[in-house]
Design a protein around this ligand. Sequence first.
Ligand SMILES: Nc1ncnc2c1ncn2[C@@H]1O[C@H](COP(=O)(O)OP(=O)(O)OP(=O)(O)O)[C@@H](O)[C@H]1O
Length: 350
Amino acid sequence: MAKAKRRSLLPMGNWEEFLKDAKPEFDTLFEMKIDKEYGKEDFEFIRTVGRGAFGRVFLVRMISTGEYYAIKVLDKSIIVKTKQVKHALNEKKILQAINFPFCVYLNYAFMDNSYLYFALPFIVGGEMFNLLRKLRKFDEPLVRFYAAQILLTFEYLHYCNLIFRDLKPENILIDQTGYLKLTDFGFCKIIQGRTYTLCGTPEYLAPEIILNKGYGMSVDWWTFGVLMYEMASGMAPFHAREPMKIYEKVVSGKYSMPKHFSSDLADLISNLLQVDLSKRYGNLKNGSNDIKEHPFYKDMNWLSLVNYKVQPPYVPVVTGASDTSNFDKYKEVSLEISSKDHYTKDFEDF
Ligand SMILES: Nc1ncnc2c1ncn2[C@@H]1O[C@H](COP(=O)(O)OP(=O)(O)OP(=O)(O)O)[C@@H](O)[C@H]1O
């Protein structure tokens, strides 16, 4: 895929106009012509920085330019066997189309007989998950700063009719400045109306997904509440060893609010973790404004935030653009490429 030119998003003075401007024309973007194809041989694979259900993510260097990227490699045979072809194609289309300060995007995509490859900007500060593990929990200014970026990102995605469906600290990366980038759009979907697929991560599943009722954007606001709770306490509000036990707790809506949460934080979370959709913040007639205008956010300047003008409370230690010290270590494997493509039909729209 050709490297798409990206308009500069800064500076911006009006949020509504910004949203309108940043909304992709999905139909035309999906037809974007490829004027130069890249392949695996154009990159030097340096090391694994992440692993997921369908493949791994590598730090790579583009040989011609010396630029670093993260390449997500998905195994076609696993995607087909687990019936995730649609999700993989969606992921590519959405990553290619979105354009938001707090999201990763697609630089290049290509495939060979065995794998799909997504080249993304390499986000050097690592996963929020690792930072949370290290600090055990975040203090409230950090919770406020991180959650605010996720809120704006969801506002943008929902404005584009996209539902994210897989929020969790593992899918949130921290860049060298301390700002966030949401990654893993594997479950992200364009929706009009309701959808039914059971997907996400057990601790973060909204009750309406578990109850198989058909759901919409409301599920993202539920996960937003779960994330705020987990950032502030170090634990998800609904946890158990067995997923079934987690689901029972989620649909009951019962969890305990840690005593150290400020009353503003506790109040906001309790309005997000509402099983009753007619009470859940984000899902009411004022949409995300109920969150933005909540006392927990009384001092937040939302436009400054999206313009990177708010000082991050935490800045990762990074030695350079290819520093992998903020990532876990993984056993390396070599990518075996089959001499025959058994899945030509499945991925003809890639
Ligand atoms: N752009 C990036 N820069 C740096 N690291 C990244 C990037 N994208 C992903 N990673 C790392 O790779 C990990 C796995 O990526 P991702 O979640 O997209 O894969 P996945 O196969 O969809 O995973 P899962 O099975 O958990 O859904 C991330 O948690 C992160 O640590």
